[in-house]
Design a protein around this ligand. Structure first.
Ligand code: BG6
Length: 255
């Protein structure tokens, strides 16, 4: 496209990086929504970032999604990462098995010779069930590991797309929409300014854990996600954004 020949992707990376105060932005060419090849490259770029930031003894928390699945299926390490742990960032969020955080965390660990722990907690827990599950020693232990993560790698989605994918009640979706929800990440729903307008009560990372995580890496692309990505960047706790050209051009038009 015109923009690319005028400025190039590295200028686009720098413009987005400095606008949101990120430490790094990586943009792969193309649109991962329409090209499977671009989606794979997005995943591969995510792997490169992750490999660069990981240190011995790190706990890495990962979310689910088709994009982090692309990261997990391409992750490799020269030496086994025996002291590293991969854990799901949150409990079950109603994703199909292939795209659940548990699956992605275990794939990453198996491919790199690292350790993993899984979190088996269902969605939509009522107050009482939530409180009693949080008393379980096994659950408490894994939740403590998750909350100690130094690195979080997560996908970003459109709020309504994700709410439907998780089969949230129509009423909740309407209420969220009325509040301006347009982005979703970690089970949190954000409005345009990056304010959280709805949360799903699941076990795992809380908002305050994300705020305090040393390295937060977002991996998301596709033209239709531009606005959602910008909203999550405005939330302001990401360090790295890995995206594609199509989303980046949408983001550019918003800043
Ligand atoms: C979910 C994550 O599993 O995937 C979310 O919990 C993210 O953080 C979503 O918004 C994105 O999914 P995809 O398939 O578009 O990468």
């Amino acid at each position: 496209p015109f923009y690319k020949t005028m400025f190039g992707l590295s200028e686009l990376e720098e413009t987005i990086r400095s606008h949101f105060g990120l430490s790094q932005v990586v943009i792969v060419a193309g649109d991962s929504e329409t090209s499977a090849q671009t989606k794979r490259e997005l995943g591969r770029a995510g792997c490169q970032v992750l490999n660069k930031v990981m240190r011995p003894n790190d706990v890495v928390a990962v979310t689910g999604g088709t994009t982090t699945a692309q990261v997990s299926s391409q992750l490799v390490s020269n030496t086994p990462l025996k002291t590293n742990w991969f854990v799901p960032a949150r409990g079950g969020l109603g994703e199909s098995l292939d795209y659940q955080a548990n699956t992605i965390a275990s794939t990453m660990a198996k491919r790199t010779g690292a350790q993993y722990r899984l979190l088996h907690v269902p969605d939509h827990l009522g107050e009482e069930a939530f409180a009693s599950i949080m008393q379980e020693p096994n659950i408490r232990e894994i939740v403590a590991v998750i909350r100690s993560a130094r690195i979080v790698i997560h996908g970003i989605g459109d709020a309504i797309v994700m709410a439907r994918r998780r089969r949230l009640d129509g009423e909740i979706i309407d209420a969220m929409q009325a509040e301006g929800a347009l982005a979703e990440s970690f089970g949190f729903y954000f409005d345009r300014k990056g304010t959280v307008v709805h949360k799903m009560q699941t076990v795992g990372l809380r908002l305050e854990d994300i705020v305090n995580t040393e390295v937060v890496i977002g991996v998301a692309g596709g033209k239709s996600k531009g606005e959602a990505i910008a909203a999550v960047m405005r939330f302001g706790h990401n360090d790295v954004l890995v995206t594609d050209e199509a989303a980046a051009l949408e983001i550019l038009a918003l800043i």
